[in-house]
Design a protein around this ligand. Structure first.
Ligand SMILES: [Zn+2]
Length: 680
């Protein structure tokens, strides 16, 4: 399933790699800010990021199984240990009834750990699926089978899912979203530089080896791999880039089945929907209309046999992580090593834990919050959020570039933001999920199927606004524009983001900025296009919108100019929304921090003033070491700027930061007053 519009705090994992993070955490969380983590050789004005984090970075080289290692990874890793404890606890109940949550969690996890059984099954785990694809005779068969595969979590060509209608946010409608590529994005297929050329070669040999593992001889496998490259390059040709996909209006085109047939006539859409179990889909949003239109000539161009190769490839690639080790290792070789620079596969239990936690999301989440989420955290978060909301309102009232008319709308939108903290009020039901101890892949598929059906059943019905788009154990946060809501799962409400023992300065700099960041998403370059009810609906005067655009250009330029790895730059357009949110988050959290003091001076600790500790609390959230390949990949794909830029760019726009650290015009990152970005 693919939700397209959530604005998350950070992209946690490689888009295509089903794995995440690990290694024993050696970090002490006792001190909110540990001076040992700093590096005084750096001047705050030349590199604030390394000034705060240099000590930590030197002491924490990237473990081999990581492509990047930072505060988030450490926290994620601690969370993995907690989840494992939960699994161990429920596994003690040997007599757990079939269908009970204990049985499901225990057997899901054990099925993934049972390598003897997985190796024994080998290719047999997908033999039936391979045979079914082989037996397809016509293009219609191909198209109907795409529906069958999607039901089980494999998405050839495109994604299909229910989502709120962007212009009528209280209703769920059918959505198509471009897809079908094995490499992460369009540029990998079209880029003329050496890195992309090499990656294309590596990808073709990866596909070849996978076809050979599936039983093909070398010559056939090579020919099939070339065919895959050819089809996917054609798909890339009709795809939008990531930057183009950020534009909310240009990724909305509402039609119905009849319209869809006209736009893309060579695809049997009626048959496809019937196979899905949704013969009358009602309203349909084509997130990328040109992509859906472009599928039609491609359907004609390639033969049934070509499409069978393509479906087989999708099956192999998406199943690889749950098959025998030869598949797992090949998959890792390309997606882990080649694309991200990861040196080693993560330990099996962590990979399986991650998959189990996704498959049984809220079932595990419920146990997780009972054991690990203190009620007090929720109360403190609610207070913090409301302080941030007050501070933001005050900032909006004082904006010198916005008319009263638009301000009124902005304040109404801010006031209407819904807040979700910790975990959902009602839990998803997993009682129909069949989990057995002997077939890992089948368990993964059954879980995908349950979610697919849960999602499909929403189409044509009102949006359930109480639902969560992340599980409680997730270490992340998001803003959802069509619900106009900010969501903070229990997983992120831990140090260094949220620290019950820390002084307010540090907490406002860390979780305070996170809250402000998510709130600001409602007012970033895309979020601002939605009104207080979550509908795409322009509430800006023409002049205010123009002034806003001008302001975002200043910020965009600052990031475009930020250099990494000697000659690479952050892409200011791709990361625009996130950068606006970071800058807004800092400003709002700062004001809320000041309001909370009621005129009192904040504590000085270890020689650092409260004002300084606010920014240090912010900077340490983004500390990380990252491999060159991973950084290159993320600069192309991630809508978030790298941790270093998330610190070193936005803070230099704040007068209060410059004052707190006595930054002067001679310092490297100093921004002259007239070039500073000030938006929210
Ligand atoms: Zn964000």
């Amino acid at each position: 399933m693919k939700k397209t519009i959530f604005l998350i705090l950070f992209a946690t994992v490689a888009i295509l790699i089903n794995s995440c993070c690990s290694s024993k955490n050696s970090e002490s969380m006792t001190k909110a800010i540990d001076p040992a983590n700093m590096d005084m050789n750096y001047k705050p004005g030349n590199d604030f990021y390394r000034y705060v984090n240099g000590g930590w970075m030197a002491a924490n080289p990237i473990p081999p199984e990581y492509s990047q290692y930072g505060a988030f990874n450490v926290l994620f890793d601690q969370n993995q240990e907690k989840l494992k404890e939960l699994v161990d606890e429920v596994s003690k109940d040997k007599n757990a009834e079939t269908g009970s949550v204990s049985q499901q969690i225990r057997d899901f996890f054990n099925s993934g750990m049972d390598t003897v059984q997985i190796e024994k099954l080998g290719l047999d785990a997908i033999r039936k699926d391979l045979n079914t694809i082989n037996s397809l005779k016509t293009k219609k068969d191909i198209q109907h089978h795409i529906a069958e595969m999607q039901k089980e979590g494999i998405y050839p060509l495109f994604y299909f899912f229910a989502d709120a209608d962007q212009k009528n946010s209280s209703m769920e409608i059918a959505n198509f979203y471009q897809g079908g590529l094995g490499m992460p994005d369009v540029e990998y297929y079209t880029g003329k530089d050496n890195r992309n050329k090499q990656l294309r070669k590596d990808y073709v040999s990866y596909v070849t080896r996978m076809f050979m593992l599936a039983g093909e001889d070398e010559k056939t496998a090579e020919a099939d791999a070339k065919k895959i490259m050819d089809i996917e390059t054609a798909l890339a040709g009709i795809s939008k880039t990531r930057t183009e996909r950020r534009d909310a209006e240009k990724n909305y085109y509402k039609t119905g089945l009849r319209g869809l047939k006209e736009i893309s006539p060579a695809f049997d859409w009626q048959g496809y929907f019937t196979a899905l179990g949704l013969p009358e889909p009602g309203d349909i949003n084509l997130s990328q209309k040109d992509f859906i239109a472009g599928i039609s000539p491609l359907m004609d161009k390639y033969s049934v046999d070509d499409w069978k190769v393509y479906l087989t490839w999708n099956l192999l690639n998406k199943s690889a992580n749950y098959l025998s080790d030869d598949f797992v290792n090949e998959h890792f070789e390309f997606y882990g090593k080649t694309l991200s620079g990861q040196q080693e596969l993560k330990p099996r239990w962590k990979r399986v834990m991650n998959t189990t936690s996704k498959g049984l999301g809220e079932a595990i989440g419920q146990l997780y919050v009972e054991k690990y989420f203190p009620a007090e955290s929720k109360k403190r978060m609610i207070r913090l959020v409301e302080n941030l909301r007050k501070a933001f309102a005050e900032r909006i009232r004082n904006l010198d570039w916005m008319s009263d008319e638009t301000k009124k709308q902005a304040l109404a939108k801010l006031d209407a933001i819904t807040v979700k903290i910790g975990y959902p009020d009602k839990w998803k039901d997993y009682s129909k999920l069949k989990v057995t101890p002997e077939n890992y892949l089948q368990n993964v598929r059954n879980a995908s199927k349950l979610e697919f059906n849960r999602n499909l059943a929403k189409i044509g019905k009102p949006v359930d606004k109480t639902e969560w788009g992340m599980t409680p154990q997730t270490v992340n946060a998001y803003y959802n524009p069509s619900n106009n809501e900010i969501v903070f799962p229990a997983g992120i409400l831990q140090p260094p983001f949220f620290n019950a023992d820390a002084d307010d300065a540090v907490n406002y700099g860390a979780i305070g900025v996170v809250i402000g960041h998510e709130m600001t998403h409602g007012f970033d370059d895309q979020g601002r296009k939605y009104d207080k009810d979550g509908n795409m609906n322009d509430w800006w005067t023409v002049e205010d919108a123009k002034r806003f655009e001008e302001k975002t250009k200043i910020l965009s330029k600052q990031y475009d100019q930020y250099t990494l790895l000697d000659s690479l730059h952050v892409n200011g357009k791709l990361t625009m929304g996130e950068n606006i949110a970071d800058l807004g988050g800092l400003n709002i959290a700062w004001d809320a921090f000041k309001m909370s003091l009621n005129g009192k001076e904040p504590e000085t600790i270890d020689g650092f003033t409260g004002d300084q500790r606010f920014f240090m609390g912010y900077a340490q959230v983004w500390r990380q070491n990252i491999r060159d390949k991973e950084l290159m990949r993320r600069l192309k794909e991630d809508v978030h700027s790298p941790g270093e830029a998330r610190v070193n760019v936005p803070v230099f726009n704040l007068d209060v930061f410059l004052a707190a650290f006595r930054i002067s015009p001679e310092d490297r990152l100093y921004i002259p007053k007239e070039e500073r970005a000030y938006i929210w």
